[in-house]
Design a protein. Sequence first.
Length: 291
Amino acid sequence: MDTTLLFTAALQLPDPWRVSGVELRDGEGGGRELHITIGFGPGSRFSCPHAGCGREACPMHDVRNRVWRHLNLFPYKAFIHAGVPRVSCPEHGVRAVPVPWARPGSGFTLLFEAMVVEPAKSQPVADIAGQVGEHDTGSWRFIRHHVDQARLYEDHTGVEAIGIDGTSRQGHRYITVLADPAERNVIRVVPGKDANTVKRFALDFMDHNGDPNRVAPVTCDMSPGFAKGIRGHLPNTAKVIDRFHVIKHANEAVDKVRKTQAGRNPLLGRTEYPWPRNEEGPTGLQLETQA
């Protein structure tokens, strides 16, 4: 069987696209790479890509050569090469024709992007990029594109409870996660941890059919910034302090008292860990120490 026909069928290329060449080449690091060339027949014409034009069989103006990273085939990295045609439309001028295997402006095929986006839901992007032999910068670029596209279809109609939690990395670079606890879905991730964070969430929430006036309970920590933002942008809520932060502050208070008393009572030395434990948790020796 002709190899080019086999790859044309495997890539499910519509007319007039077809594979015109398949070649194994030496790649970087001594590995071998599979390079697939896609073309079209002489005299081929394409529809005007301008939205709503509908003009078919526009004459070709020129072609511009492009390369895309594709899914690995067998043990080889695979790349698709093609001359992307630009057609001349009497109404809209010269326009580049979109190819069926990749998004405009992307250096990766749609199948490659899908292969990376799916595990990125639960794995670090840097790890996935390393597994496929790509840099995470390029991977983040198309992941963000697909996340932004997916968010266009989010609908927060009926959301009546919000959970807010801030976290930080590298010191005080905070992000705040806002979620729907009923559905266990993350609604928005916003940089920062202050009143403006809640404001940005509320505006985005309304852009997706959410109604801040319908939000009743909001769980969060004791941050004054969150409290101010909730009062200003989620006006009908009852703020609930989540138990993690209540326990955290209680443990800190107990430890503060322990440290104060330890200076006068040496028996309290090295008892930092028994005090925060549940009543049924301490061992016999720890109970004796506490007594």
